[in-house]
Design a protein around this ligand. Structure first.
Ligand code: BDR
Ligand code: CA
Length: 320
């Protein structure tokens, strides 16, 4: 599998990169950086350090993409991940530096020169992917598959009650992407809370590994542990991005999916970036109910994933 990861590298984004690096059948062709979790260039440093700590320094090029959302002011999540996105662990600067080419151009070049071969894991706000599509709409058909971590499945968000962070930061980009005609799988915050919270026993096993990568995992997780403890009464290890990566590495992890019609609210005040997810009307219903949602499905939505197999994959990736 030939993969691009589009990321606002902080916290779990880094563990997702580790999973891709450790999967024998995945070739990580590029990491592209999008605005999101923490200051833009810091996210590139986090991706570069993740490569280095995994022994892959200099092996995967990192490209800088769009430092701002399409229309809106930037929004970050430093209060959740720490000012550096890595729980202020104070990691040294990696030797590898970002490439000169813009991430959007690299995405277009890679996809268009390898039609039907490249998959993208979009685990950040969708500014880069939407911009690539606007610049070269043919990528929607040339891309083999787009895996998006974003939105909610008609359930509570993590940024506002109505919305999840990646969609909230750039709702216009999310709306463009879900309506662009990509072969698309959506991994929502609802799925994260249902299937992407690491069991305590698995967390204890990771801590006990005491390898460079398990120490990296524990160091990066400290700020999110503090914030989740405030909200949920105990520290939670939440894995929106790495669970999505695990599903693309091993599709059997997806225990339940549904083909849905997904769209994104860009006008609402309280509902900014709310993702509407519904199963399409039957043809008979569509004849009668000529409503906006009388349209075919545009995404496969993951409803349930195998938490235990995900945990085993993560533990295996942190073994050295
Ligand atoms: C998503 O938002 C970001 O903060 C995380 O990196 C993840 O991609 C979860 O809502
Ligand atoms: Ca992310």
């Amino acid at each position: 599998m030939r993969l691009i990861i589009d990321t606002d590298t902080a916290g779990d984004d880094a563990f997702s990169i580790l999973l891709a690096l450790k999967a024998p059948h995945v070739t990580l062709e590029a990491i592209t950086i999008c605005n999101g979790n923490v200051p833009f260039l810091q996210q590139a440093e986090n991706a570069l350090y993740t490569l280095e700590v995994a022994g892959a320094g200099g092996q995967v090029p990192v490209y800088l993409g769009c430092p701002r959302p399409m229309l809106r002011a930037p929004v970050d999540a430093t209060e959740f991940f720490g000012a550096d996105g890595m729980s202020d662990a104070g990691f040294p600067q990696a030797r590898q530096r970002p490439e000169a080419e813009h991430a959007v151009d690299r995405i277009i070049d890679l996809v268009m020169s390898n039609p039907g071969e490249i998959e993208i894991l979009a685990q950040a706000p969708l500014t880069n992917i939407a911009t690539a599509y606007v610049k070269e709409p043919r990528i929607a058909q040339a891309l083999k598959h787009l895996w998006v971590m974003g939105g909610t499945d008609n359930s509570l968000g993590n940024t506002t009650p109505a919305s999840e962070f990646n969609f909230y930061v750039d709702p216009e980009a999310a709306k463009i992407v879900v309506n662009a005609g990509f072969r698309l799988t959506l991994s929502t915050w609802t799925l994260t809370m249902a299937s992407g919270v690491l069991p305590e026993a698995a967390l204890a096993r990771i801590a006990a590994l005491d390898t460079p990568l398990s120490r990296f995992f524990m160091a990066v997780s400290q700020a999110p542990f503090k914030r989740t403890a405030m909200r949920y009464g105990r520290p939670l290890s939440t894995h929106p991005d790495s669970l999505t990566c695990a599903c693309l590495i091993e599709p059997a992890l997806m225990l339940e999916t549904a083909d849905c019609l997904v769209d994104v609210e860009t006008q609402g005040e309280l509902t900014r970036a709310y993702s509407s997810v519904c199963t399409p009307l039957t043809p008979e219903e569509a004849e009668i109910d000529k409503l906006w949602y009388a349209a075919p499905a545009n995404a496969r939505v993951i409803r349930r994933a195998d938490t235990d197999r995900f945990a085993e994959m993560l533990i295996a990736a942190l073994k050295d």
